[in-house]
Design a protein around this ligand. Structure first.
Ligand code: ZN
Ligand code: ZN
Length: 243
């Protein structure tokens, strides 16, 4: 019998038998049924989740009383808010590295589950992946933000629109100081005018920018700024990790 004709539950059983799943954190075999496919319960508990006491504007964790953090008090971002799911450390960092550098597409259902557990409702939003320069996208073979968007779109039945592109190659943000990050990415991102014209997106649609990591916010801000300049009234961001 061809595997595609086996009922879904049975094929999962068969695949688990042929290719036993192990936790990406501790390598323990995963046999029991769980909402997560590749992370065991013990390792899930070790992730530094951002669920309470975060800045309502930029998602910085450990901010008291739900008030804006110091940075947001000083700075006006173009996006209304950023929500990050966990702190970029330990297994949280490993998940992103697996996805980006080891083509860990099998982790996408677990990532989508993390988003839904964070209580985010993306049904009426348009997901916009933060773009990579074509050169980096070509060398990696994919853009991790596009992969996350495509998977979330299937679950929430929402649209994905690649509204943005990088007009110039930028240095990796990793290792750069705060000011250097803002300078590095400013003016590097533009709206894809042809795609914007073709999709005829209403300017009052909620846009959710999607990226893997929020560090200084420079990249998300560069994206949000051009979308607001193009007339979009409501731009938010969803990032997997907060560095
Ligand atoms: Zn584990
Ligand atoms: Zn903030």
């Amino acid at each position: 019998m061809a595997i595609y004709s086996i009922p879904r539950g049975v094929s999962r059983h068969l695949l688990d038998f042929l290719f036993p799943r192990v936790c990406i954190g501790c390598r323990a075999p995963l046999v029991k049924k769980s909402a997560y496919c590749y992370i065991c319960d013990d390792c899930l508990r070790k992730i530094d989740w951002i669920r309470y006491h975060f800045c309502p504007r930029c998602g910085t964790p450990d901010v008291e009383n739900g008030s804006a953090c110091d940075e947001c008090g000083r700075k006006a971002f173009s996006f209304r808010r950023n929500r990050s799911i966990y702190v970029y450390s330990g297994l949280g960092r490993q998940i992103i590295h697996e996805l980006k550098y080891r083509n860990g597409r099998h982790l996408l259902p677990d990532i989508a589950h993390m988003v839904s557990e964070a209580g985010l409702d993306l049904r009426d939003t348009v997901l916009v992946p933060v773009p990579l320069h074509w050169c980096r996208r070509w060398s990696r073979g994919f853009n991790q933000s596009e992969l996350i968007c495509d998977h979330l779109a299937k679950i929430y039945d929402c649209e994905v629109c690649q509204l943005l592109h990088r007009s110039r190659h930028t240095r990796r943000q990793f290792g750069l100081g705060f000011r250097e990050r803002w300078k590095n990415v400013s003016n590097a991102i533009q709206v894809h005018e042809r795609i914007l014209a073709r999709t005829k997106l209403a300017k009052n649609r909620k846009i959710t920018l999607v990226d893997d990591i929020f560090t200084s916010g420079a990249t998300i801000e560069a994206c949000a700024k051009v979308l607001v300049m193009a007339g979009f009234e409501h731009v938010e961001a969803l990032t997997l990790a907060r560095a």
